[in-house]
Design a protein around this ligand. Sequence first.
Ligand code: PA5
Length: 354
Amino acid sequence: MQILDHPEEYSKIDLQGMRAEIEGLPTQLQAAYQFGLSQPLPAWKDIRQILIAGMGGSAIGADLLIAWLEGICPIPVILHRDYALPAWAHQPGTLVICSSHSGNTEEVLSVFEQARQARANLLAITTGGKLAQSARDAGVPLWRFVHAGQPRAAVGWSFGLLLALVTHLGLVPDPQVELLNAVANMRYQQEIIGCESPVAANPAKRLAGQLVDRWPLVIGAGVLAPVARRWKGQLSELAKCWAQFDVLPEADHNTVAGVIYPQDQLSRTMVVFLESSTDHPRNHLRAEVTRKVLMLEGLGTDTYTAPGNSALVNQWTALHFGDYLAYYLAMIYGVDPTPVDASESLKAELSQRG
Ligand code: PA5
């Protein structure tokens, strides 16, 4: 825990510069949206549904977008984290977007190939790899961006490009003002939760302290549901800690029942509720009541309230807080936040096996 008040020491643990990635996220988000607006698109006619194929750090941007679109977009936009192109996506009027940071993710490449064979409208989003090559070979529109770091650190890209795309397609009112507001609020919050801000004044550092040697469960609703997933992903990938996420109102219909066993483990669980001004009032109430129920059962609980009063501001400030939180937990555990050895060796074994 003492390490958190010595940011000059972080680079001894953070050997590949994850700190700079997190610090640069507001700039990345803004730049990605502008870059997306400058990209060419074919004059697709009559797009009736959109499928986005992506995994892990490349999928989370789509998750965020879809939650934000829910109240405003007239057509369904579905995220697909798997190999097979769903039957409905073979219908005319489907746009399939294949998004992979590396361009080498087998699930996304599989969807790309099936969508190409089905002659679906296709767009590839990547930094390169096999996806860029396949798109070029097949004459498929390709949005190629430059980002040398980890896919999860490119969440501004994976979201910002998709936001620009739905704007291009006329599916949403111009989001520029709301996006710039989100960026400004992230920068403002960064003054408080950034690395130079001491533990005593820094809620992200203090929450990281509470997570030490505990199982985190992050719960969100509405536009913060994908942010709960992001917090969980960052806690796993940066701090290498076992973490889970859940979503309200669904969690009240099952998760809350599972608070009896194993008795000796539950007190080591820390449940963090993500809340915002744009929550559905019933979900807001549910978070309050659910927290009380869990506390009475002996689980640790806390609440993070996202600043701002628009969905994009809520999402991005909450996401940024979670990135810092995971980073600080990595510093406390003394683990480099960049490498993900377990995922890499798993990918290697899968590719060895054909
Ligand atoms: O954060 C990560 O590194 C992973 O979750 C990757 O994003 C995931 O394995 C998919 O790879 P890519 O984003 O290159 O398609």
